[in-house]
Design a protein around this ligand. Structure first.
Ligand SMILES: Cc1cc2nc3c(=O)[nH]c(=O)nc-3n(C[C@H](O)[C@H](O)[C@H](O)COP(=O)(O)O)c2cc1C
Length: 226
């Protein structure tokens, strides 16, 4: 028996109240990629709520270039998952090989396993949320969509939905966009698989801020990434 919330109890008032109590900075510090998701459905009103959070993001000239396509139909999710997998597995293959070395960092191994789990089970994720946006001078403006995408991830955290940011579908971007009804003038940037989490939110592993913060002038940043 699943312990996803009882959706019949999630009326409009409950959806409106969900996630409103979480302090902002605590939410930011405890938003991590949740890639193990239950197949239980997510109410449309809740999808609407998290996309509304996305619309409060800043954008150049306040142009608000974003569109959202929330795919819930199982056949359509299977179509998307097939293409995601076709791009993802060759991409992750070198890491899978490297992870056979016992010296491979455990943290990276766990992250890789979770990403593989998501790819294998993508079709079962109840919502495939695409964030798309207007091109400018014929160029995609993905950077203009990332504040919106981050707001969506934070809103998922607040209401208790699991979510992660993915872009692998872009390898089949034109085909998927056409399938989604998106024209070349509004290409998709991110696919956020969303569902009720199997695991818990928690503090993600991050370098201490003191290693990356400088006042007035940066010092000692290596010329090559370690
Ligand atoms: C631009 C961008 C693209 C990403 N694409 C993918 C992806 O296609 N598939 C995936 O599983 N994770 C993807 N990620 C998610 C990162 O791998 C994730 O943020 C990282 O594993 C850290 O997870 P954590 O926040 O739980 O520590 C992407 C992240 C970013 C910022």
């Amino acid at each position: 028996m699943s312990d996803a919330p009882d959706l019949s109890a999630l009326d409009d008032a409950a959806v409106a109240a969900l996630g409103e109590e979480l302090p902002l900075l605590e939410g930011i510090r405890t938003t991590r990629a949740i890639r193990r998701l239950k197949p239980d459905p997510v109410p449309r009103s809740l999808i609407r709520k998290i996309c509304e959070a996305g619309t409060f993001a800043p954008s150049g000239g306040n142009r608000q270039p974003w569109f959202f396509v929330a795919v819930t139909d199982p056949e359509r999710r299977a179509f998307i998952a097939e293409r995601y997998q076709a791009a993802f597995f060759p991409y992750i293959a070198p890491a899978v090989e490297a992870a056979k070395d016992p010296a491979y960092p455990e943290r990276k191994r766990r992250n890789m396993r979770a990403a593989i789990h998501l790819a294998e089970h993508l079709a079962e994720a109840p919502v495939h949320l695409f964030v798309a946006g207007w091109t400018r001078r014929n160029e995609p403006q993905y950077q203009a969509l990332y504040p919106c995408i981050q707001n969506v991830l934070l809103a998922c955290r607040a209401v208790g939905l699991g979510a992660s940011l993915t872009t692998t579908h872009r390898a089949h971007g034109e085909e998927i966009d056409a399938y989604l009804g998106l024209s070349p003038e509004t290409p998709s940037c991110a696919l956020i698989p969303i569902g009720w989490p199997e695991g818990r939110y928690g503090t993600p592993p991050r370098r201490p801020v003191d290693e990356v913060l400088f006042f007035d002038k940066a010092e000692g940043i290596p010329r090559r990434k370690g």
